[in-house]
Ligand binder design. Structure first.
Ligand SMILES: [Zn+2]
Length: 258
């Protein structure tokens, strides 16, 4: 099984990034009945060499910390008692804030992110929060020092706000290369999660996830959360890594939305 990656959960935004709440309800109902959904901190310690979770288990993650999660995802997660991790863009929690300008196909209205109050309320309700970097830059574009600084600053601010450790990172748009993976380690993370759309290395700082998008029904969820789906994706990656001994620069030209 695998780690699933959602973004927003909301009815009005017709985007691959925004799963309709009715669909999210069906997904969560299926996961609660058919899978053991692990807290992400536990899940990252159960991964096999190709980044897969033990049979019958899954983990739920949501990237970007959109405000709609408070209204539309939280009640569903609570109803089904499912653990979930939301990856926050730390700068959005500062007094100056950070506008959501990283979405390639935004709706006509401004997208909002969770407030500190909403984050803390969701944390009290059992939702886990981790880092999605400081400012949602494409990390391979930054030099090593800037990248490490961005990731460390995010971890420190989030630890301050949340009052707990923040050992996990999800790369913005899933983009990473060797320098970014080293920066994640130097910035104090124990694991970093990607979103591979093609062959990629797999490891502690390149934990694969599978994206779930608007229009994906329970049948898609079932296929995408299977071990064989990830194996099919990663088989070529492992061969590639063996060939060039980790010197691979993961494909940076992928059309990943967020
Ligand atoms: Zn993102």
């Amino acid at each position: 099984m695998t780690i699933l990656c959602y973004h927003s959960v909301e009815p009005a935004w017709e985007s691959p990034l925004a799963v309709h709440p009715d669909a999210f309800e069906r997904h969560c109902s299926w996961l609660a009945r058919r899978r053991q959904v692990l807290p992400l901190r536990e899940a990252v310690n159960c991964l096999d060499g190709s980044g897969r979770l033990p049979r019958g288990t899954a983990a739920l993650t949501l990237d970007d910390g959109f405000a709609a999660l408070h209204e539309h995802a939280l009640p569903i997660l609570r109803r089904h008692r499912l653990p979930a991790t939301v990856f926050l863009v730390a700068q959005t929690l500062t007094p100056e804030g950070r506008a959501v300008d990283w979405v390639r196909t935004p709706p006509p209205w401004p997208l909002r992110t969770l407030s500190i109050e909403q984050v803390l309320e969701m944390q009290s309700a059992g939702v886990d929060f981790q880092s999605h970097s400081w400012a949602h830059h494409d990390l391979p574009e930054l030099d090593q020092e800037a990248c490490t600084g961005d990731l460390r600053r995010s971890r420190e601010l989030l630890e301050d706000v949340l009052g707990r450790s923040v050992p996990l990172l999800a790369y913005p748009r899933g983009l990473h290369d060797e320098g970014v993976r080293e920066a994640a380690a130097r910035a104090g993370y124990t694991h970093a999660l990607a979103l591979p759309e093609g062959p990629e290395p797999v490891g502690r700082y390149a934990v694969p996830r599978v994206g779930i998008y608007r229009g994906n029904g329970v049948a898609s969820l079932r296929v995408k959360s299977s071990r064989s789906y990830l194996r099919a994706r990663n088989g070529s990656a492992r061969r590639l890594v063996r060939q060039i001994r980790g010197a691979v620069k993961p494909s940076g030209a992928r059309q990943l939305p967020s």
